[in-house]
Structures are given as structure tokens and as C-alpha cells.
Design a protein around this ligand. Structure first.
Ligand SMILES: [Zn+2]
Length: 313
């Protein structure tokens, strides 16, 4: 790559890549996913490897962060085994404790899970991954092989998380699918929940999304699947399910997961949400209802939360 100014187009404008001005295509980075053919087209256009392209996209991705508290925008780009690229950014929620925040690496992993990606080969990020994210990445089915690129170097997870606490410390290897493997929690609504839904047809789509998200949620440690469906003012619905961590605290709760889906669709502020539907097991050791109620109230006090109970089939 030459020394003069070269540009590679992105949704956020032009990024300098080297020596040649590249006119042309709009890169829909604001959808937070690039299909393999788009990735190949960009590589061709910019004359870069996929690893170099990921590095080029990290900074533009960070411009999509929602970090009103820290004002520290983080952008991450992940390469899936499918050849797709996923973008992730940090999300912060004013008025809530800091642990409600979503980190960029978690965002992209949740987004990859949402798209049915079956593994990640590499993550590039514009800042060193925090300990919390290193721990979260340890859940991935590709944790042993994933490459982590930041500050000009590339590492394996074991290099930067020595003697890691990992899924096999809590569950027998092979007894549950790892993160990004197919999940099938086999849950359905209780008869009481189905009856409630018959009386509230407006919630049907969000409830379906919450149930689907619960079925696909990653809960090998508690066996407490849960999912959330959010309805925005214009009637659009966004879902997300729990992604647990063996270290518990880095766990993504269903509201965070649904907010990731909403943000990844390029939607406006979270205060656009008007209704929320949570699907979770009844009277289990883990419940998300109250913490989600508090968080939703901080996002917009007018959001109404409906909790629908689910049961194992
Ligand atoms: Zn982090």
C-alpha cells in the first residue's frame, strides 16, 4: 500500500487506507453486518486482506457507539466462519448502574448469534479488550482458535487471558452446546401466558419474538432461558435472548440483547420503545423481570412491560 492518501468508502464517510482514491459504493456499516460478497467487493476495491479490511472498519464502526456516559466510543469488527463481518459498539444507558452497559465485543457476538453465525474467527477492536470481554469471548465455540487484534498486534485468547476460567470449569464438556453453536432450549408458553396473549393480540408479535429468543438463548449454567421482545412507536419488533457467561457477571440479559438488535438495525434512541415483553421461566433461581423493569423505567417511564411465563416442553 502506497504512502499517499487512499480512501475506502464507508457509511460514515471516507477512511484513509493508503494511496488511491476509491470512489463508489456505499458500505452499509450501519446495518452492523456485511455479507461475504460485500466483504470480497471491499477487499477488491481497497486491495486489502480481510484482516486489513477489518482494521480499516474498526474506527468507522466506533462512530456508531452510544456512549453518552463514558464518551469513550469502542468499535469492534468480527469475522464469522460464514465469511460475514459483524460490527459491534458499546451501548450505555444514562441513569442506570454501569453494569447495564454493553461492550462492543459483546454487541458483535450477540449480533452474530442473532444472525445464526456458527463461530467467529477473528475480532479486531480499537482498544484493548477489557477483562470482562476476554471472559465473555471464552464462551465462544471458537475460543481456542479466535484471533484478537488490537493496538497493532494479534493474540490468541489464551495469550491475554492466562489460566482462564472457562465453560468446562462448570459443565462437563460436550454436555451442552457452546456459544454460537445451535441452541434449542425447547420452551413454550404456559397455558396462563397463552390465555393472556389471547386477550392482548397487540403483543403477539413481540411475544413470538421473546419466545424464539428464549428458545435460542445461551443458558448452559442456569438452564433458565429467557427472551425479550421490544415494540417501538412505529410498531417494529426487536428480540434478544440471554447469553450467559460461566463467570456470571459478563452475562447479557434479555433486555440488553434486544437493545443490541434494535441498535444493530440502526434504530434511534431506546426511548422509542413503547412496549416490552419478557418470556422467562416461572419461579426459577434466575429472574430478569425486576431488573428489566427498572432498566426500562430509566430508558422511558412510559414503557409497559409484560412478563409471560414459559415452561420446558
Ligand atoms: Zn469490554
Amino acid at each position: 500500500m502506497g504512502a499517499e492518501a487512499q480512501h475506502c468508502p464507508t457509511a460514515n464517510g471516507l477512511i484513509k487506507t493508503g494511496s488511491r482514491a476509491l470512489s463508489g459504493s456505499y458500505i452499509p456499516l450501519d446495518t452492523f453486518v456485511l455479507e461475504p460478497e460485500e466483504v470480497a467487493g471491499l477487499q477488491q476495491q481497497c486491495q486489502v486482506s480481510v484482516e486489513e479490511l477489518m482494521q480499516l472498519l474498526v474506527q468507522p464502526a466506533s462512530l456508531l457507539a452510544r456512549a453518552p456516559t463514558s464518551k469513550f466510543p469502542v468499535g469492534a469488527i468480527g469475522l464469522g466462519v460464514s465469511g460475514r463481518l459483524y460490527a459491534g459498539v458499546n451501548l450505555e444507558f444514562p441513569g442506570l448502574p454501569l453494569q447495564h452497559s454493553v461492550h462492543a465485543e459483546q454487541f458483535l457476538i450477540a449480533s452474530a448469534a442473532w444472525h445464526g453465525e456458527r463461530g467467529l474467527r477473528r475480532i479486531a477492536v480499537n482498544a484493548a479488550p477489557c477483562g470482562h470481554c476476554r471472559q465473555f469471548i471464552a464462551e465462544l465455540v471458537t475460543a481456542d482458535t479466535i484471533e484478537l487484534a488490537y493496538k497493532g498486534s494479534t493474540y490468541r485468547l489464551d495469550d491475554i487471558l492466562v489460566d482462564k476460567f472457562c465453560p468446562s470449569d462448570l459443565i462437563e464438556p460436550g454436555t451442552a452446546p457452546l456459544l454460537l453453536e445451535q441452541q434449542s432450549n425447547g420452551v413454550r408458553f404456559t397455558p396462563a401466558a397463552e390465555e393472556l396473549l389471547r386477550q392482548c393480540p397487540d403483543l403477539q408479535e413481540a411475544a413470538s419474538q421473546a419466545l424464539l429468543s428464549a428458545q435460542e438463548s445461551y443458558t448452559p449454567y442456569t438452564r433458565c432461558p429467557a427472551g425479550m421482545g421490544l415494540i417501538t412507536q412505529d410498531g417494529s419488533v426487536y428480540g434478544g435472548g440471554v447469553i450467559e457467561s460461566c463467570a456470571y457477571n459478563p452475562t447479557i440479559n434479555p433486555l440488553q440483547a434486544a437493545c443490541i438488535t434494535l441498535a444493530a438495525k440502526g434504530r434511534g434512541p431506546f426511548s422509542e420503545v413503547k412496549e416490552a415483553v419478557l418470556a422467562e421461566l416461572q419461579a426459577e433461581s434466575v429472574s430478569y423481570a425486576e431488573t428489566c423493569r427498572i432498566a426500562l423505567n430509566a430508558i422511558n417511564p412510559d414503557i409497559h412491560l409484560t412478563v409471560l411465563h414459559i415452561q420446558l416442553k
